[in-house]
Write a protein that binds this ligand. Sequence first.
Ligand SMILES: [Zn+2]
Length: 122
Amino acid sequence: MIIMRYKAVGCLYLRRPDPPNRDKSPAGAEANMQPIPPGPVCQSCGISMSRDQNGGGTEMDGTTRSIEYCSSCYRNGMFTEPDLTVDDVISRAQARLQAAGVPEPVIERNLMGMYRLDRWKD
Ligand SMILES: [Zn+2]
């Protein structure tokens, strides 16, 4: 299962000491792990907020737009799928990106970025 590999890499990366001066990986490895595209992205599913046709999720009052979450993840101040896990998000994103013909290395970077979204951070 290819997703497990992403998970292992993602955890390893997240647990890197901070500041990472004991890091033995070659310089620039960090730069290759920039999975989040420019501009704000949904902090749950990682889609670009600018692509959200509804302009973002809604807060508890039902009208204030969330600046963090898209309209399919977040509605009226709640997640639309409270039981969603980061693994669900990753497998959906993987399917979506593959269907869109996105090159595999780009998909990989995107998927690893999911672990850094606010909803999935510890
Ligand atoms: Zn979302």
